[in-house]
Ligand binder design. Structure first.
Ligand code: SAM
Length: 230
């Protein structure tokens, strides 16, 4: 899916500056990640009063005391080293927030003109934010490949399981068991595991019906997961 409007020249310049800073900080960017970043208008996913800060690589406040994640964190989530999204994949995102990360995943799994589009199901527990994410997804043209759910994402979304990718954008002390169950064999679950203010980003791969392997990606700081597994 491509954002239907043409990119404003100033915004394009700001986007290019962010990309060179990410490269300077040794974040590996593939062509498809760059294309996704150029296509998704982050300024449409932040609050009106923060539009001029949309291309600063920092989390920004959204509604209900929550945040849209920093740009580098979103890029890490969609990178080959982390979830390695492929065209046609089915993704469950837990913690839709503004909907930005869901749109970035949509660009990776359901790019414009593909004959085998994937789909992103994005769960948000706070009703006001689920509405915000849905409005942002609708106005930017991603509603064909992104479904926003107002639900406790720790329970997963069994109706559409199993998933190639489950991406969790809120921190918990333990892995919610439903998410492990709803992963395809060969599928990837990424989540921040640990206490308030500091967690380890953990990547879990389902190797077989009963076996899972785990890899640690370093320290991160996410808002807490709430609901049954918070
Ligand atoms: C860091 S923000 C996510 C940012 C988001 N990915 C974006 O692109 O804007 C984390 C979000 O997780 C949500 N959240 C926390 N616990 C949740 C749960 N159990 N199910 C679904 N969403 C949850 C919070 O309300 C918050 O909006």
């Amino acid at each position: 899916m491509l954002y239907p409007m043409t990119i404003d020249k100033d915004i394009l310049e700001e986007k290019k500056k962010v990309l060179s800073k990410l490269r300077f900080h040794s974040i590996d960017l593939t062509d498809r990640m760059v294309e996704a970043f150029l296509n998704v208008p982050r300024e449409e996913f932040v609050l009106e009063k923060h539009r001029d800060r949309a291309y600063i690589d920092t989390p920004l406040p959204i509604l209900s005391g929550q945040t849209i994640s920093a740009i580098h964190m979103v890029m890490i989530y969609i990178s080959p080293k982390c979830t390695d999204p492929k065209i046609g994949d089915k993704v469950l995102e837990v913690g839709a927030g503004s909907g930005y990360n869901a749109a970035m995943f949509a660009e990776m799994v359901a790019p414009k003109d593909t004959s085998t589009p994937g789909h992103v199901y994005a769960s948000e527990i706070i009703p006001e934010l689920a509405e915000f994410a849905k409005t942002n997804i609708d106005k930017t043209g991603y509603s064909d490949c992104v479904t926003i759910l107002q639900s406790d994402g720790g329970l997963g979304y069994p109706e559409e399981a199993p998933y190639d990718i489950i991406s969790v954008a809120a921190a918990s002390k333990r892995v919610p068991p439903p998410l492990l169950k709803q992963l395809k064999i060969g599928g990837i679950l990424v989540l921040p595991l640990g206490k308030m203010f500091y967690q380890e980003l953990v990547i879990i791969k389902r190797e077989s019906e009963e076996e899972y392997s785990e890899k640690k990606m370093g320290g991160v700081a996410f808002v807490p997961l709430t609901g049954k597994y918070g």
